[in-house]
Design a protein around this ligand. Structure first.
Ligand SMILES: NC(=O)c1ccc[n+]([C@@H]2O[C@H](COP(=O)([O-])OP(=O)(O)OC[C@H]3O[C@@H](n4cnc5c(N)ncnc54)[C@H](OP(=O)(O)O)[C@@H]3O)[C@@H](O)[C@H]2O)c1
Length: 321
């Protein structure tokens, strides 16, 4: 069987800890080369993963005629420029999320991909290919939960490392780009549509100039969507994760059918109101006046446990730490 020859663009942590180990198990993939801004770093990672070629510049990787696919896990501001260069070099591209930093940038990439119709390009939202999510999406599409009216998402983690790419505003850092994109993506998946209006409010970290908490509302026409995501939080309750520090978050996804309407709630364990309310006696989400973005205001949370009758599953997902 002929294998696709992959080239890895940068020695990103996610590539080293997740993608490269996983690709070892892919029957039709051969990791043929890796590139870094620093050739010694490329050589070190190449040796660790038995990758035959190591380059000291991204251009050198693209110029290699024996590479079919480029995996692009560079910082967010390099997703579009290097993905376009890869397409122009005749390579297919798997680009990390978020694929672009703005609609205008995404359009530039789209135009480039249309100029190179033989090459495929895909954003690495791996959750969409996970069997649990595929099943959940199929249930929704098949009417299994009735008509979806709202998607509410909470997603957060703590990361205060000034050297981390997520805390660098000029290279595409910030909560919206790092994990808010999941909230947007999952709403688009559930509704099978694009929002036509958006409203947002960002809390900017004075140290890094990045959005550390961002709340938003997307209007899909017949309903609304209210995510709240953050990479750090000033509130005590959100700063204290339920899991061990630095362990990331587990996503808990619930597809629910209630008597009058249905809701899908995607919530991170670290910020789950339900989890928090059992550990934090003064959890603000227990007050009578609930925030419209609070997951505990969903029908799912209000329904008595035995009436939920829903499929509730927890799965670990990889989040940056
Ligand atoms: N799909 C997922 O589940 C998932 C999970 C985690 C991360 N990601 C995405 O993967 C990407 C990388 O994340 P990561 O956590 O692996 O980041 P990271 O460890 O900081 O890796 C980024 C790499 O980009 C290269 N780079 C080029 N220009 C840089 C610059 N100006 N500053 C810093 N690094 C630069 C560096 O490699 P060289 O020095 O070798 O060139 C660096 O190792 C992000 O887009 C993130 O959103 C996706």
């Amino acid at each position: 069987m002929q294998k696709l020859r992959w080239g890895i663009l940068s020695t990103s942590r996610f590539a080293r800890t997740k993608i490269l180990p996983a690709l070892r198990h892919a029957a039709r993939v051969e990791v043929a080369a890796i590139a870094s801004r620093d050739v010694e770093r490329a050589r070190r990672v190449a040796a660790e993963f038995a990758i035959p070629k190591a380059y000291g510049a991204y251009d050198e990787l693209l110029a290699d005629p024996d590479i079919d696919v480029i995996y692009n896990p560079a910082p967010n501001h390099l997703h579009v420029p290097w993905s376009i260069k890869a397409l122009e070099a005749g390579k297919h591209v798997l680009c990390e999320k978020p694929i672009a930093l703005s609609a205008a940038e995404a359009r530039t990439l789209l135009d480039a991909s249309r100029r190179h119709p033989r090459q495929k390009i895909m954003e690495a939202f791996m959750y969409r290919l996970h069997p649990q999510w595929r099943r959940a999406a199929a249930i929704v599409r098949g009417g299994g939960v009735g008509e979806p009216l709202a998607v509410q998402t909470l997603f957060s983690y703590v990361n205060e490392d000034p050297n981390n790419i997520r805390n660098q505003a000029d290279i595409g850092g910030g909560a919206l780009m790092d994990i808010g994109c999941y909230a947007i993506s999952v709403a688009r998946l559930v509704f099978g549509a694009e929002p036509h209006r958006a409203l947002g409010r960002a809390d900017i970290d004075p140290r890094f100039g990045t959005d550390r908490v961002i709340s938003g509302l997307l209007d899909f026409g017949y309903t609304s969507w209210a995510p709240r995501v953050g990479s750090r939080s000033r509130s005590r309750s959100m700063r204290r994760p339920i899991g061990p520090a630095g362990s990331g978050t587990s996503a808990a996804t619930t597809v629910t059918r209630s008597a009058s309407k249905s809701a899908i709630s995607t919530r991170s364990r670290a910020t789950s109101c339900r989890a928090r309310s059992s550990r934090t006696p003064r959890c603000r989400h227990r007050s009578r006046t609930r925030s419209p973005t609070c997951a505990s205001s969903t029908p799912w949370s209000r329904a008595p446990a035995r009436a939920r009758g829903s499929t509730s599953r927890r799965s670990r997902r990889d989040v940056p730490d």
